[in-house]
Ligand binder design. Structure first.
Ligand code: NAP
Length: 251
């Protein structure tokens, strides 16, 4: 049996908790600890496990890396965390999977610089399904540039802004943002649909988010793929296209 990848998780909010559920139950990984901003009071652990939850205000990253070494770090916290662990990750050659959605430009440049010394993947959208949908839509767009393209996104009633994912799809397919239709009703977690209108047929690519655990599945995919990569800065697309290329060559 191959050795488990030892992982540390930064961020234990809405997304981090779901990611911890996935990584702590996947036999490919050993989730060794979880870091959040503050873990006051009694010793905390992730439910039904003895995985400790520590606060960055209580313990530094270098102490934690010394006491409980990891092969990889998964970040679902906030943009500034990378400044706290970046140099330790660089020095120790720890793989980094960052899901932070909105890094300021200089933070992203810093993340890229870490790629000179270790493996780094940053993805503002880390679900396997949406990334697959985007790649598939790109392929169809190339094959049929004459087809009409419409993008429909549906979310819970109170989501105010147009989905960032829908904007990214429009940008990638080089269609106007006006082709996005946003619907708001009920408690929909996230629905994205790309519709290709041909003269004699219609193709619909649909992704529905069901639970936040999907972020954990994406992080797990990235961790496994990065283990086979050299040092460098990667996007989710790079990893996904790598798998597709290998599969097509072996077909
Ligand atoms: N790429 C994707 O597909 C994707 C999907 C979901 C979320 N995200 C990103 O993930 C991040 C978290 O989202 P969320 O919805 O889970 O937010 P959240 O519920 O506010 O949770 C944030 C977590 O990060 C911790 N944290 C914040 N700053 C920290 C620091 N400097 N050091 C250590 N821990 C820190 C917080 O600690 P406390 O609990 O102690 O406050 C909390 O546990 C955001 O950047 C979001 O954009 C990305």
């Amino acid at each position: 049996m191959p050795q488990k990848i030892r992982v540390g998780l930064v961020g234990y909010g809405k997304a981090g908790k779901a990611v911890a559920n996935v990584l702590s139950t996947d036999p490919r990984f050993e989730l060794r600890w979880i870091m959040r901003r503050s873990a006051s009071g009694e010793r905390q652990t992730h439910p039904d496990t003895d995985i400790p939850i520590v606060g960055v205000e209580q313990q530094s990253f270098d102490e934690l890396f010394d006491l409980h070494p990891v092969d990889a770090l998964v970040d679902f916290s906030s943009p500034e965390s990378i400044r706290a662990y970046g140099e330790e990750v660089r020095k120790r050659g720890i793989t980094l999977v960052s899901a932070i959605s909105a890094y300021p430009e200089d933070y992203l440049a810093y993340a890229r610089s870490l790629g000179r010394d270790t493996r780094v993947m940053c993805s503002p959208n880390i679900t396997l399904g949406i990334n697959f949908l985007i790649v598939a839509a790109q392929l169809l767009r190339k094959a049929a540039p004459f087809a009409d393209v419409e993008i429909v996104e549906q979310h819970f009633r109170d989501k105010p802004e147009i989905s960032g994912t829908a904007r990214k799809i429009a940008e990638t397919l080089e269609v106007d943002a006006e082709q996005i239709t946003s619907l708001r009703f009920g408690g929909i977690v996230g629905h994205h649909e790309v519709i290709f209108g041909f003269p004699h047929q219609t193709v619909r690519l649909i992704h529905d988010s069901i639970r936040r655990e999907a972020f954990g599945t994406g992080a797990a995919f990235a961790l496994e793929q990065l283990a086979g990569c050299g040092k460098g800065f990667y996007t989710f697309d790079d990893l996904l296209l790598g798998v597709m290329r290998t599969e097509l060559l072996n077909a």
